[in-house]
Design a protein around this ligand. Structure first.
Ligand code: UD1
Length: 335
């Protein structure tokens, strides 16, 4: 029997991946320090999975504790979600990002090495590409980190490449996520971080719905796109999470290191997303066009062919379903 350790397993992507693993009868154990998620997510995940969730409130920088957890739970693979993830916060507090993301990963990799564990999935980001030269972006596209957050992810990717070169028994998949939105079909878990100040587009739309802001700031309508607003590759959180389950199967059967872009391959503008959300919810989202946000690019969408071919994975949900599930999470939880 395999057992997967999920670090940051109660976060947005971690909790949805845990739900799918449980649905597939795959054993897992979670390590989380609860810095960016509510404790209630434990109960919610137990409701979804209809089982007690095995977890430890531990920081990934605590190597000794990780070694013990790996040993006692007979862990056979690791998915490493735990990280700080706000771009703007990383610009203000770079040291914390290097400390938690880079040092945290080194601590985890050391714990794995001490335990003879060599199967690893890493949460990376499309932010490693920065302002892309052209779209769709494949995995060979040059890296251009524009902020400390993206920089930490690239440093970890390089560390993993060195580990793989030094010991060819390691099996590593690096998943570069595009823009996850939406929620689990139960409406019990979704994107609900504790640190809400630097929000992405969908969390900002939800703030308008729940009245915590009066309108949505659309950051620029003078980009060279169909309607002038920024274009991104939004992907349903369940599709993104499913990619981890297929990547896990892949690392369990193969050795070596692979990068995978996890996106739909389809670009959607800010206005298109807002319109779809309005259609789904029947709620009007007032907008105000403001200046471009610093560090934003005009267009960013994936070429997911490598993940489609090698992992035999592809996204299944459309934009309407993404908005529908996000809306269900809002109604159910009055967030
Ligand atoms: C952002 C991060 C990226 C990170 C990703 C995680 C930046 C510059 N990039 O990507 O590194 O990996 O989140 O999900 O922060 N928008 C508005 N109004 C808002 C919020 C966003 O118009 O209030 C627009 C943005 O200008 C952009 C689009 O919506 O065109 C998507 O923005 P967002 O959800 O923040 O994601 P990214 O910027 O693509």
């Amino acid at each position: 029997m395999t057992c997967t350790l999920l670090t940051g397993g109660f976060g947005y992507i971690g909790s949805h991946t845990a739900a799918i693993l449980a649905e597939n009868n795959q054993k897992f154990v979670i390590v989380d320090n609860f810095t960016n998620c509510k404790k209630d997510v434990v109960n919610r995940l137990e409701k979804i999975t209809k089982q007690k969730v095995n977890f430890f409130e531990v920081d990934v920088r605590d190597t000794e504790a990780l070694v013990k957890i790996i040993k006692e739970n007979k862990v056979t693979s690791v998915i490493h979600f735990a990280a700080l993830k706000s771009v703007s916060d990383s610009i203000m507090r770079p040291l914390e990002y290097y400390e938690v993301n880079v040092k945290g990963t080194i601590s985890l990799l050391k714990a794995m090495s001490y335990s003879g564990l060599k199967k690893f999935l890493f949460s990376s980001t499309a932010a490693v590409y920065g302002e892309p030269d052209s779209c769709p972006i494949d995995e060979k596209h040059k890296l251009n980190p524009l902020n400390p957050y993206a920089q930490t992810k690239i440093i970890i990717e390089k560390i993993l490449q060195d580990i793989s070169k030094a010991d060819n028994e390691w099996s590593i998949a690096i998943l570069r996520y595009f823009n996850p939105i939406g929620a689990h079909q139960s409406g019990l878990i979704g994107d609900d971080p504790l640190l809400k100040e630097n929000s992405n587009l969908m969390p900002e739309i939800i703030k308008v719905v729940n009245g915590s802001i009066n309108y949505l700031n659309v950051f620029g309508n003078d980009y060279e796109t169909s309607d002038g607003t920024g274009v991104r590759d939004y992907i349903h959180i369940m599709d993104l999470s499913e990619a981890h389950v297929t990547a896990l199967e892949y690392v369990n059967k193969n050795t070596g290191l692979n990068f995978f872009n996890i996106g739909t391959g389809k670009g959607v503008s800010v206005l298109e997303l807002i319109k779809t959300f309005e259609k789904v919810s029947g709620f009007r989202i007032p907008i105000k066009i403001s200046n471009r946000r610093k560090g934003d690019c005009a267009v960013c969408f994936a070429d997911p062919k490598k993940a489609n071919d090698i992992l035999d994975w592809k996204s299944n949900h459309d934009l309407y379903q993404m908005c529908e599930s996000a809306w269900k999470f809002v109604i159910k939880n009055r967030i």
